[in-house]
Design a protein around this ligand. Structure first.
Ligand code: ATP
Ligand code: MG
Length: 650
């Protein structure tokens, strides 16, 4: 079966930052002479207070892993994202804020305004005794204050750690304690999809388990009534009025940590990923501009939450470093109805739109009626991130949102990588539905034999995905646990950064992420990525979503266990179960036929929308007593339902 290929249109190629020839030349330079390549990029893209003399000093050897870029350079991230733009674009909109409720007016915050807000916020932090290197937890809704808080930390050299506003008090307390934060910034409550999360009372509950020295800064956003503890709680907006409107920037070393971000926890206990100031910002700036082919004056919308790395890099740091207009959306795609994304695109004339397969599948399940009638003609580039995108969802996105004309960038990367690693470039890379295609500049992917750990040289192959050399956006360590950093990423395959994902490389050298390595199943000696079976299931008209895991099987070694969510109006029947078995059989082959299919009204997902397969694996194995860390689950009740109706009771 030959994959359909979509070459970039002539129109895109003509105006693009990088075309096919450009990609080849730049990629070659980036891996053959990284010092020259990245040195030039860093000097051009960023303002340095003290220039660096050394570009790259990295080592992937277990026991001495070290990742340093531009080590002796001095800069300030907030200066690069705000101050340096003021002379030329002070009155340009930096942030468009679209509130949860479409009836509430949107806000346009200019670079001048951003400068003042961030400076005042920084002064509030200083007044609370926050010093360079101190940790600040940010537990806020998707409101401009979240960006102000992040940039205020950067301005004074404090290290922020954003905790997604959907997390529980427990998850919040764990993170406050893990990084020993001095301050937590929260809001009274967080409106989302017409409902409200009581952030302040969650924070009160979390702080019961933390040092009583932790200060609580509260942004009064909705005006909801909250408890108030004198000497601990601070009204941020009121304080911002009282402090000076200007705050000098603090010169920081390129290797000083900018932030800590905990991974989503889909494979285990979240890790405190540490990112740097210089290398990270450079990588954020370059990928935002090149991957999305962002041009001056465009309106850029990354629909992720700032609680995820995607929000850090592509709502805040990348776009603002480039002097872009970035859209911040407080709401959800399905409220007041499933047309909200398309309404927002029309309203703000969005040019680049970036979302996740889980959102696309959810909207796909609602039908195309919600897309019709919305003017999406300003769109130039579409993006996706977070999971392998099933070709079915890719095609829906392409047909209905891109109208068959727009490049779709399927960006493979991780919290750990800081920015895009494998992705098409709009004007350079012909795309294939479901493939993340080719590496970004400086990224050297290798496919390793999973057991031998040796590099597979054949172009067409399958194995585990690893990276052979460092790139500027790479995480530097796990907060407080460098050993865990080395062990997690550098010990399985010596000399490589191991991403934890499996992949296949096709005859054109394109990469296809097959999911977590843990998700590879071995049926009667045949190795199979679960993503493939899931894609086949989702391609069936009655299936909305599917998750596939392996479970011990007497005869085959491993059997295939599929959790299937049906489209809204479809009844689960035994007949349909048979139909799906036959469907997968014909789509992939007899070997892929699911042994057990469980109807799943909902799937356990992280708050970032990823399916937690480790939980599904436990249930499939009939070993649901110890599910591990479930603190990042979006809706824990889903799990009980699945356990109750499990298919394997042996
Ligand atoms: P944890 O590491 O705590 O288990 P996580 O891996 O879900 O959490 P993230 O860093 O947010 O946390 O997710 C990165 C992972 O998401 C990648 O390793 C990959 O499995 C998946 N992923 C992201 N983008 C893509 C993509 N475009 N195609 C395929 N998989 C993707
Ligand atoms: Mg991970």
């Amino acid at each position: 079966m030959k994959d359909t290929t979509y070459p970039p249109s002539d129109a895109i190629v003509a105006g693009a930052h990088v075309d096919a020839a450009g990609y080849e030349a730049m990629y070659k330079a980036s891996v053959e002479t990284p010092d020259t390549f990245w040195g030039e990029e860093a000097r051009q893209r960023l303002d340095w207070i003290e220039p660096f003399t050394k570009v790259k000093d990295t080592d992937f050897t277990l026991g001495q892993v070290k990742i340093k870029w531009f080590e002796d350079g001095v800069l300030n991230v907030a200066h690069n994202c705000i101050d340096r733009h003021l002379a030329t674009r002070g009155e340009q909109t930096a942030i468009i804020f679209e509130p949860d409720d479409p009836q509430t007016p949107a806000q346009h915050i200019t670079y001048n305004e951003l400068h003042e807000k961030v400076s005042r916020f920084a002064n509030v932090l200083l007044a609370q005794g926050v010093m360079r290197g101190d940790r600040v937890i940010i537990y806020l809704p998707m409101i401009p204050e979240a960006a102000y808080a992040m940039l205020a930390c950067a301005r004074i050299g404090a290290i922020h750690s954003v905790v997604f506003a959907g997390f529980s008090p427990d998850a919040l307390a764990n993170r406050i304690n893990d990084c020993q934060a001095k301050v937590v910034i929260t809001a009274d409550s967080a409106p989302r999809g017409g409902r409200r999360t009581p952030l302040k009372s969650n924070t009160d509950a979390a702080l019961l388990h933390c040092s009583d020295k932790v200060r609580c800064l509260v942004v009064k956003h909705t005006g909801d009534q909250t408890t108030w503890i004198e000497d601990r709680d601070v009204d941020v907006k009121a304080m911002m009025e009282q402090v000076a409107p200007d705050c000098p920037i603090r010169p920081m070393g390129a290797e000083d940590p900018l932030f800590i971000l905990y991974t989503s926890g889909s494979t285990g206990k979240p890790k405190g990923v540490v990112h740097s100031s210089g290398g990270y910002l450079l990588y954020a700036s370059m990928t935002q501009q090149i991957t999305f082919d962002y041009h001056d004056g465009d309106v850029f919308w990354c629909g992720a939450d700032v609680g995820w790395v995607t929000g850090h890099t592509y709502i805040v740091y990348g776009p603002l470093a480039n002097g872009a207009t970035t859209l911040m959306f407080e709401g959800v795609p399905t409220w007041p109805d499933a047309s909200r994304f398309w309404q927002v695109i029309e309203k703000h004339k969005v040019n680049q739109f970036y979302t996740a397969p889980t959102a696309i599948r959810a909207l796909m399940g609602q039908g195309t009626g919600f897309v019709e009638g919305h003017d999406l003609s300003t769109l130039k580039v579409l993006g996706t991130v977070g999971e392998p995108i099933n070709p079915e969802a890719w095609n829906w996105y392409n047909d209905n949102i891109g109208k068959g004309k727009l490049p779709i960038v399927d960006t493979w990367w991780q919290t750990e990588t800081g920015g895009h690693m494998i992705t098409p470039l709009p004007g350079a890379t012909p795309t294939k539905p479901g493939s993340a295609t080719l590496p970004f500049f400086g990224v050297q992917p290798v496919v390793l034999d999973p057991t031998a750990g040796t590099v597979i040289d054949e172009t067409k192959c399958e194995g585990v995905l690893a990276i052979a050399d460092s790139w500027p956006g790479q995480m530097r360590t796990v907060w407080g646990d460098h050993e865990r950093f080395e062990k997690t990423y550098f010990s399985d395959y010596k000399g490589y950064y191991f991403a934890g994902d499996g992949c296949r490389r096709d005859e054109d050298g394109y990469y296809w992420i097959t999911g977590r390595v843990d998700d590879v199943i071995n049926v009667s000696g045949h190795r199979m990525g679960t993503a493939e079976v899931e894609s086949a299931l989702v391609a069936h008209a009655k299936v909305a979503e599917a998750a596939v895991v392996g479970y011990p099987h007497d005869v085959k070694g491993q059997g295939i266990y599929a959790y299937v969510t049906l489209m809204n109006d479809i009844e689960p029947t035994d007949e349909l179960r048979k139909e799906l078995e036959t469907w997968v059989r014909t789509e992939i082959g007899p070997i892929a036929k699911p042994d057990l299919i469980q109807w799943a009204p909902g799937l356990p997902k992280t708050r970032s929308g990823k399916i937690m397969r480790r939980i599904l694996r436990k249930i499939a194995e009939n070993d649901y007593g110890a599910l591990g860390d479930t603190s990042t689950l979006a809706d824990p009740s889903v799990v009980d339902e699945l356990i109750e109706n499990r298919m394997n009771r042996g």
